[in-house]
Design a protein around this ligand. Sequence first.
Ligand SMILES: [Fe+2]
Ligand SMILES: [Fe+2]
Length: 269
Amino acid sequence: MQPDWSLSDIPYDRIDVDAVRPREVLFYLVTSASFVEIASDLYTRNLAEFYAGDAEVCDWLTSVWEREEVQHGHALRAYINTVWPDFDWQRAFDAFIVEYTPLCDLGHFEPTRGLEMAARCVIEMGTAGLYRSLATVAKEPVLAGLCERIKTDEVGHFKYFLRFFQEYNRSEKQNRWKVLKALTHRLFETRGDDAECALWHAFHERDPNGRRDSAEFRQIFSSATRAIRREFPSMMAIKMLTRPLALPPVVAKSIEWPLAMLAQRVILR
Ligand SMILES: [Fe+2]
Ligand SMILES: [Fe+2]
C-alpha cells in the first residue's frame, strides 16, 4: 500500500530559507525528529519478532507503518538539507544510530502482545502531539504543512494500534489497571531518551568539541523541550490516551488533568 503522500508533494522550493536558517531550535527539533523517524526500521524488526505469527499485524507493520515512518524521516531530512545544506546529516545520523540501536531492544516491550499494542498507542499519541505542536512552532508554511501531514499519519497509526489492542484484549482480558500500568509505564520509561540522544548527535556534528553535559547543549535541549511543551495539544493527547482504557465518560473526565500532565512527559523530557 502506498502512503497518502510523497516527498514530491512538499514544496521545498517555496521555503524562505533566509528567514528559517537562523532558527537554531527549529534546526534541532527537525533534525532530531528526522533521526528517530528514519530509525523506525529498528522497531519494525523488533515488533515483527514480538508479533511473529500474526500475519495481519506483521504485514501492516512492514508494508504501511514502517514505510510511513521512514518517509517522515526522509521528508524532514529534505527540509534540513534545503535550509541547512552545510550540515552533514548522514555523518550525524551514523553516530546517532550507534547509540540508539541498543535502546530499541525487546527488553523495553510490555509482557503481553495486547499490552504492547496499548503502549504503542502512547507512542503514536506522543508523535501526533509532537507534530501538531511543531506545526505551530514552525511558523513557516512548508514545514507547518509537512508537520500536519505527518501528524495525520501518526493519528492513523494510533487508530491501527488501538484496534489491534482491542482485538488482542478480547482474549487477554486485561483489566483497566493493567492497561493503565502499561500506558503510564511507556509514558515514563520511554523516549525522552530518544530525543536527547538525537539532539545530542545533531549538536555534536555541529560542534565536535562540545560536551553533552555542557551548559550550551543543556540550554538547547531545554529550549527545544519548552518550545514543544508550550504548544503541545493536551486535550487531543488525553482523548487518545484514554481510548485503550474504554472508561465510562464520568471516570474519563476525572482523570483528564493528571493524564494531561503525564502526556507531556512522552516527548523531550
Ligand atoms: Fe512518524
Ligand atoms: Fe507513527
